[in-house]
Design a binder for this molecule. Structure first.
Ligand code: ZN
Length: 163
């Protein structure tokens, strides 16, 4: 945990971000994006003590219910806009984001090209989170600001049948 990481600007708005451990938070109120440095994966996250310490140092709050969150995804080659991933969770969304990166209950989209968690909604009930997840994904699709909006119920494309 003593590892020194470089200052990184917000991956969503390029503004200044503050760092705690491996976790960065955008300073801009109008943005508010957060992200993990992928160097966090060099820690032995399978070890409960190490894992708790990573969360504690990053000041990740405890979960108080269920949440819906949005992760910004990097473009694939040929795409003109970023994509987004909408998910729901019973963990705090900042911790859930780490789960995606470390490959536990992970979707390949945030694992491979997650740039930042843009925002989340909640806490709310489990039932509400299930409804909001799908609803919010549809709302984002209607806005047309992303190349593609993924959610866990979305079918994989035929060119990628395996995962
Ligand atoms: Zn920002």
């Amino acid at each position: 945990m003593s590892r020194k990481l470089k200052k990184i600007n917000c991956r969503a708005c390029q503004g200044k971000a503050s760092q705690r451990g491996y976790f960065y938070r955008c300073h801009k109120k109008s943005c508010g994006a957060v992200f993990w440095h992928r160097a966090v994966l060099s820690e032995n996250l399978g070890d409960d003590k190490v894992y708790s310490e990573v969360l504690r140092t990053a000041n990740v709050p405890k979960s108080r219910g269920h949440y819906v969150y949005v992760i910004l995804l990097d473009r694939l080659s040929g795409e003109l806009m970023n994509s987004a991933y909408v998910g729901s969770t019973g963990r705090h969304p900042f911790e859930r984001y780490l789960y995606h990166l470390k490959g536990t209950q992970s979707s390949k989209h945030p694992r491979k090209r997650g740039k930042a968690m843009l925002y989340f909604e909640g806490p709310m009930s489990f039932e509400k989170s299930q409804i909001r997840e799908k609803q919010h994904a549809d709302e984002l699709r209607a806005k047309n600001i992303y190349h593609k909006v993924y959610d866990p119920t979305l079918k994989q494309t035929p060119s990628d049948p395996n995962k």
